[in-house]
Design a protein around this ligand. Structure first.
Ligand code: IPE
Ligand code: IPE
Ligand code: MG
Length: 261
């Protein structure tokens, strides 16, 4: 993806001491960064606030991360916003989140237009409340022709549900005679996932210190580099994002082979 160097320099203008244009290699950027945005509730609790305030504060971190990703020329940014297990939360919190997704997307659509960002959803969004679903559908339609970065939002997403759905779809293809079981390979499965057509994440970031996947992109993360920071999502900013990318650039990705430096 094209990088606007003037805008990138401006982006670094107020960088903290440990960050500079020199210590991020623009020729070794990850193509796809994925983030498990976690810690909103604990961020709020630490301030004596309701969990919902943490979710609202997290929106600013997401906006900053989307803009940073565009500046850095990423091809894909994907984020985990609501899992198939998050329905277990209180009705109040679930409703609040669904409403926040809808209102935020309406508000942020101009940002996607400005940066030519194409929106995608990972997960079963048809099961969302109608208000949220309609806004998501509008976001999809309005950004379908955009040719810049892809921003994939995982909502009502679960890795196991996704693989189960892919199996069902493949079996249907076999039943209808369109697909021969002998021809099923890894690409067949990848194509039937919500991420079909997207490259696998190169880097997975999880905020708030948890060392688990929580049912996120189980298939796609097979060879991704992991970066976990203790920072809660609402405190995460573009410098933390750059620190994660810098850490990624020090890794030696072997994909099961031998060291190649
Ligand atoms: C992540 O923050 C946002 C969602 C899952 C929607 P949490 O709400 O999980 O925050 P913690 O983990 O309770 O701090
Ligand atoms: C994962 O975080 C889901 C999202 C960030 C949307 P959770 O907070 O739901 O995960 P657990 O329950 O700590 O594993
Ligand atoms: Mg959490």
């Amino acid at each position: 993806m094209q990088i606007d160097t003037e805008k990138l320099k401006a982006f670094y203008a107020d960088a903290p001491d440990d960050i500079s244009l020199d210590n991020i290699a623009l020729d070794r950027m990850p193509c796809h960064v994925s983030i498990i945005m976690d810690g909103n509730g604990r961020w709020a609790k630490a301030r004596g606030l309701d969990r919902s305030e943490g979710h609202k504060a997290g929106v600013a971190s997401l906006r900053e991360t989307v803009t940073a990703s565009v500046r850095l020329g990423l091809d894909v940014l994907s984020v985990y916003a609501f899992s198939t297990e998050n329905w277990r939360r209180s009705q109040y919190e679930v409703n609040m989140l669904m409403h926040l997704f809808a209102t935020t997307l309406v508000k942020e659509l101009p940002l996607f237009h400005e940066h030519n960002v194409q929106l995608k959803f990972l997960g079963d969004i048809e099961k969302l409340p109608i208000e949220t679903y309609k806004v998501f559908k509008r976001g999809l339609d309005e950004t379908a022709d955009h040719t810049g970065m892809i921003f994939a939002l995982a909502v009502n997403y679960g890795g196991r549900a996704e693989i189960t759905r892919a199996c069902r779809r493949i079996v249907q293809e076999v039943h209808s005679g369109k697909l021969n079981p002998e021809d099923i390979d890894e690409d067949t499965i990848s194509a039937e996932l919500y991420t079909g057509g997207l490259p696998d994440p190169d880097l997975l970031i999880r905020t708030s210190g948890e060392m688990r996947l929580s049912n996120y992109l189980l298939w796609q993360l097979a060879y991704s580099e992991f970066y976990v920071t203790d920072t809660y999502w609402p405190d995460f900013n573009k410098w933390d994002f750059l620190r994660a990318i810098r850490a990624y650039q020090t890794r030696n990705r072997r994909f099961g082979g031998v060291e190649n430096r």
